[in-house]
Design a protein around this ligand. Structure first.
Ligand code: ADP
Length: 267
């Protein structure tokens, strides 16, 4: 808390009172700390792949790996992967910054949840099959249309489904379902029976770069920004996003999206 005193003086400079201002700076300080942490995180996340790229290029250049085609090709593979990681990271950062500055144009329109969710399911069926993950899609027929931007909702679903697949071991399952809530909003749930998230990490999980296990996330190609982006998009629709999880048992993410106005729905 910041304290400020200002004496109240008569024209004769005689003090007749004191103005005391108490300012709660907790929120300000929190934002400032978060901003500093964010810059430190970005720098670290960009420096890590760069360091790897540099050391592999040096090994090629000075270590004689160029003379061994197999080794050279492996080293080049690593540098390409790391460059791709940087591209993903920068794309995610740019997207977050556009969302922050409200520069993203949302082309909201009435959408049928079934169409959106079936298309999302189609994008993930193959990946699930490859990893021997059971994939279930369960949708109610009578869902109302939602008022949402297709591209951005697709991205939210892709981020959440790819997490479900990434953090779920072989032989387990992932499901996608939707229902209408009492308040009219459509709730979409993405559930998995994967590794889960410890209780202590749950409240910070939507923060930028917050990850339960950095090494695991990195090895899966994660940037640590997927959930933060999903949250921004859902909130820009007037919806909510929540995560429930039990460590080593599984995770469910629920998003809610507003239905169309009644007159639009019935047209
Ligand atoms: P990342 O690119 O690391 O996956 P996200 O922002 O998408 O970044 O997720 C942040 C972290 O939340 C992940 O690193 C992981 O620790 C945890 N997480 C997200 N989804 C799941 C899930 N379905 N199961 C277990 N952990 C998850």
């Amino acid at each position: 808390i910041k304290l400020n005193f200002t004496p109240v003086l008569r024209a004769s400079r005689e003090a007749i009172g004191l103005i005391l201002v108490l300012q709660d700076v907790t929120e300000e300080e929190k934002l400032d700390r978060q901003r500093k942490e964010f810059v430190a995180n970005v720098s670290h996340e960009l420096r890590t792949p760069l360091t790897t790229i540099k050391s592999y290029l040096e090994a090629l250049d000075e270590g004689g790996a160029l003379e061994e085609p197999e080794l050279a090709s492996r080293f080049l593979g690593v540098t390409r992967q790391e460059a791709e990681r940087m591209t993903r990271l920068i794309n995610d950062l740019l997207q977050l910054s556009r969302l922050d500055s409200k520069k993203v144009r949302f082309h909201k329109q009435p959408l049928k949840p079934i169409e959106v969710l079936e298309a999302a399911a189609d994008r993930f069926r193959f990946q699930c099959q490859q990893k021997n993950i059971d994939f279930h899609l369960s949708l109610k027929e009578d869902l109302p249309r939602i008022y949402a931007a297709r591209d951005q909702i697709d991205q939210v679903l892709d981020n959440l489904l790819s997490n479900a697949v990434k953090y779920t071991p072989e032989g387990h399952s992932v499901s996608l379902s939707a229902r209408q809530k009492a308040d009219g909003f459509v709730e979409v749930a993405i559930s998995d029976t994967g590794i889960g998230i410890p209780q202590k990490d749950l409240e910070r999980i939507f923060e930028r770069f917050y990850r339960v296990d950095k090494a695991r996330s990195r090895s899966m190609g994660g940037t640590g920004l997927g959930l933060a982006i999903a949250r921004e998009i859902v909130q820009a629709h007037g919806g909510t996003i929540r995560m429930e999880s039990r460590y080593r048992e599984g995770t469910t993410v629920r998003i809610t999206l507003p239905p169309c106005e009644p007159e639009v729905t019935s047209s």
